[in-house]
Design a protein around this ligand. Structure first.
Ligand SMILES: CC(C)(COP(=O)(O)OP(=O)(O)OC[C@H]1O[C@@H](n2cnc3c(N)ncnc32)[C@H](O)[C@@H]1OP(=O)(O)O)[C@@H](O)C(=O)NCCC(=O)NCCS
Length: 160
């Protein structure tokens, strides 16, 4: 089965990307209130998407249903390694979102496959990402498609 086509994002996709990005952030904020958005987050992200789409070190893909409806997207970039570990260039997937009615149809698996191919074509040594610890569905997805935990982010609460 071919499924919904995946293509590189264009400037005209920015309004759809912002809607999907907001939905992704709100979903995560419901699970983890410390990740709530600040009031100017959307304006900031509109600028970011404009930069990412033009920047050769960023990759942004969308899944577009019926040539008019963007139902999923993923974004990533190439960055330097630490300088003291072996990877010299690290690909990072920063975003991956599928609208709820299109989930569990293999769309994210295909988008991530495409993203990894594109990042390896940009000569990265490995690909990494951060996932929200409270988002068990997302963790289940990444593990199901072969990713495993490398490091964890810890935060100290003064009232703990
Ligand atoms: C996580 C997410 C991207 C998965 O998208 P998707 O298109 O539904 O994923 P796929 O259909 O490609 O799933 C591939 C496999 O991952 C696993 N998987 C997917 N969703 C899962 C879930 N909610 N719970 C457990 N395993 C899951 C399954 O093994 C699935 O294969 P199967 O459907 O044949 O059982 C989607 O649920 C989403 O957008 N969530 C909100 C945003 C988010 O958390 N993004 C991750 C950012 S780090």
């Amino acid at each position: 089965m071919e499924g919904i086509p995946i293509r590189n994002a264009r400037r005209g996709d920015i309004p759809s990307l912002l809607l999907l990005w907001t939905a992704m952030m709100e979903e995560n904020a419901r699970l983890e209130p410390r990740l709530a958005l600040h009031p100017h987050a959307k304006e900031h992200m509109a600028g970011r998407f404009r930069e990412w789409i033009q920047d050769p070190d960023h990759v942004v893909v969308v899944a577009e249903q019926d040539r008019r409806l963007v139902v999923a997207y993923a974004a990533g970039r190439v960055g330097p390694g630490t300088g003291w570990h072996s990877p010299l260039r690290i690909g990072e997937i920063s975003d991956c979102f599928v609208v709820p009615p299109r989930r569990r149809q293999g769309l994210a698996r295909r988008m991530v496959g495409r993203m990894c191919d594109m990042l390896y074509e940009l000569n990265v040594d490995t690909v990494r990402l951060q996932a929200v610890a409270a988002n068990q569905a997302a963790l289940g997805f990444w593990k199901a498609i072969g990713w495993d935990v490398l490091e964890e982010i810890l935060e100290y609460h003064e009232d703990a």
